[in-house]
Ligand binder design. Structure first.
Ligand SMILES: O=C(O)C(=O)C[C@]1(C(=O)O)C=C[C@@H](O)C=C1
Length: 124
């Protein structure tokens, strides 16, 4: 495989290109490849953390259905939002984004809780 002088100078990697025949290879500067490796590790950690969180909230959903508690708890959510916004602020993350991300997850959790409640109700 021959390399263009610019590629040799920068030591760019070759990766399979996305998007068809015309671009048969894609050049990735080593610094970008290194950042992407870190991003991939962090994305994997996020997926694992979310999986654990949902595993826990599934148990909460069953407990709430059993105890006949409502799926959503706005008071608890307000406390969580305030805490997460402060944590985000202190760690340099946009608090608005942190709240949106949290609300997105909690909406899904509440949906799961409602499903669990409906299923447990129909079984009774
Ligand atoms: O703590 C609860 O009561 C939950 O059901 C969990 C959770 C959450 O995902 O953090 C989800 C829904 C509630 O509105 C509040 C919090």
């Amino acid at each position: 495989m021959t390399q263009a002088p610019s590629e040799m100078a920068h030591g760019w990697n070759e990766l399979p290109a996305v998007g068809g025949e015309t671009a048969s290879r894609q050049e990735v500067p080593p610094q970008l490849a290194e950042y992407r490796a870190t991003i991939d590790n962090l994305d994997a950690a996020l997926v694992h953390l979310l999986a654990e969180r949902f595993r826990c909230t599934q148990r909460v959903g069953h407990l709430k259905a059993e105890l006949d508690m409502p799926p959503a708890d706005p008071t608890r959510e307000a406390i969580q939002v305030a805490r997460l916004r402060a944590l985000a602020h202190d760690s340099g993350l946009d608090p608005v984004f942190a709240e949106k991300f949290f609300s997105f997850i909690v909406a899904e959790v509440i949906h799961h809780h409602e499903q669990i409640r409906a299923e447990s109700g129909s079984a009774a």
